[in-house]
Ligand binder design. Structure first.
Ligand SMILES: [Fe+2]
Ligand SMILES: [Fe+2]
Ligand SMILES: [Fe+2]
Ligand SMILES: [Fe+2]
Length: 321
């Protein structure tokens, strides 16, 4: 396979990562929009908003699965799957979400037509089949978003004044909470990528010497482990960003630190162990800050999350020795 071809597949990965994060953040922003818009509108709107909120989350997860499936192909072809996402754009109203969704899905269809074509030309029939399947799903997404482009919702526009109880939610506080969002995005991309790479590594390992068999089992186990943890990080992202939107902040769309993949299963473990360690340290700081400001709900949310991050830390720790 040429590196141009792998680059083309990585373009697909970058946009799958983009829309997955984009739709998840729109899903969590929806809760806030519902509260803002509904009082002025009829009940029918509530149903619309709830329906869109629900399918945004479903599509977000489906897009991350697309990203993973394409990464898997790239590793099989001997390439390196990217961790760089195209920049997600969230928007501020339901009709804007829909418009951005239509744009993103149209872009996907155009790119994937090219990939379907190219993969056939180079004889990569597995990818050909994969992209035909994904293409059908993207088309479904496009139609779904098209239904909502014309929804009238002027949900933007704040009263401007900050009421007393909200004074604890300052810019620097949102910046701190956004470090958590950024770290969750980073973990999601890192673990998804490593999960696919580990799956390939375990397949490639020879089965003969006893030692190698153990290594192989370990790599397989790590691949499975990453999949489970990745889903929890997705839930963390959902909870934290929803909280930020409810408090009328804006969630970041950029990972920080940048996701790192590594070359071997032991690299993965070291990197992930470090990522969990850093998350725990950061979340303890957030808990302390939330406590100082009297932001009880955020504090309790992070107390729950940090328990899970500790669980992840120890799981990676188990395999490290
Ligand atoms: Fe997709
Ligand atoms: Fe899509
Ligand atoms: Fe997390
Ligand atoms: Fe974690």
């Amino acid at each position: 396979m040429t590196s141009d071809y792998v680059d083309l597949l990585n373009e697909a990965v970058a946009r799958e990562l983009q829309v997955s994060i984009q739709y998840m953040l729109q899903h969590t922003k929806m809760e806030k929009l519902i509260r803002k818009v509904i009082p002025e509108n009829i009940l029918l709107d509530k149903t619309t908003y709830e329906a869109v909120g629900k399918f945004l989350k479903e599509i977000s997860i489906q897009e991350m699965k697309h990203a993973a499936a394409i990464m898997e192909r790239i590793y099989y072809l001997g390439g390196q799957a990217t961790t760089k996402s195209k920049k997600p754009v969230v928007g501020g109203s339901l009709s804007e979400f829909a418009k951005l969704g239509v744009e993103a899905e149209e872009e996907a269809l155009i790119l994937y037509r090219r990939i379907i074509d190219e993969s056939r030309k180079v004889g990569d029939y597995e990818s050909h089949e994969l992209f035909e399947k994904i293409y059908g799903e993207e088309e479904g997404h496009l139609f779904k978003f098209q239904e909502y482009v014309k929804v009238r919702d002027e949900s933007e526009g704040d009263s401007g004044e900050t009421s007393e109880w909200r004074k604890i939610y300052t810019e620097d506080y949102f910046a701190l909470l956004n470090k958590a969002v950024a770290s969750e995005i980073s973990a999601i991309v890192q673990y998804t990528n490593q999960h696919e790479k580990a799956a390939l590594l375990s397949l490639r390992m020879k089965e003969t010497p006893l030692e190698v068999i153990t290594e192989k089992n370990k790599t397989k186990a790590i691949s499975d482990l990453l999949k489970g943890i990745f889903m929890q990080e997705m839930e963390h992202l959902e909870k934290i960003s929803e909280r930020i939107y409810l408090l009328e902040g804006e969630a970041t769309v950029n990972p920080e630190p940048l996701p790192k993949v590594g070359d071997t299963a032991d690299d993965f473990l070291r990197l992930d162990h470090k990522a969990e360690n850093d998350a725990i340290v950061l979340y303890r700081k957030i808990i302390e800050e939330a406590m100082k400001r009297g932001d009880t709900l955020t504090r309790r949310m992070f107390e729950d999350i940090v328990i899970q991050e500790e669980g992840h830390y120890w799981k990676f720790d188990d395999y490290l020795r």
